[in-house]
Design a protein around this ligand. Structure first.
Ligand code: SF4
Ligand code: F3S
Length: 108
């Protein structure tokens, strides 16, 4: 499957959700994940993300690899909800583009 990685945290542009034919995206407080059970590897979501947060799990680098299990886990997290329509990003989204170490800010 494809996975959402660190750049999404606190940016949450949600452009990705509009194009997914399988409605795989699941939203939490400040991050989105892809439900690996629904993803058909079509890759159309990849180009929609303004911060390049979506990658193929098979091509994940060392920093992205922990997000493979995290996407699977958080897709089933109580309180996390499917999201199929884009919405406005957080008011401070621009402040978080390219910021390193956002993994520590992930809210579950
Ligand atoms: Fe959805 Fe395709 Fe992206 Fe998988 S790769 S999350 S099926 S748009
Ligand atoms: Fe996140 Fe990018 Fe989608 S920031 S919500 S993966 S468009």
């Amino acid at each position: 499957p494809f996975i959402v990685t660190e750049p999404c945290i606190r940016c949450q542009y949600t452009d990705c959700v509009d194009v997914c034919p399988m409605d795989c995206f699941v939203e939490g407080p400040n991050f989105l994940v892809i439900d690996p059970d629904g993803c058909i590897d079509c890759s159309v979501c990849v180009g929609e993300c303004p911060v390049q947060a979506i990658v193929n799990a098979r091509e994940a680098d060392a920093a992205q690899a922990p997000f493979i299990a995290l996407n699977a886990q958080l897709a089933r997290q109580p309180g996390w909800r499917p999201i199929t329509r884009s919405k406005a990003p957080p008011p401070d989204h621009a402040d978080w583009v390219g910021v390193a170490g956002k993994r520590a800010l992930l809210q579950v």
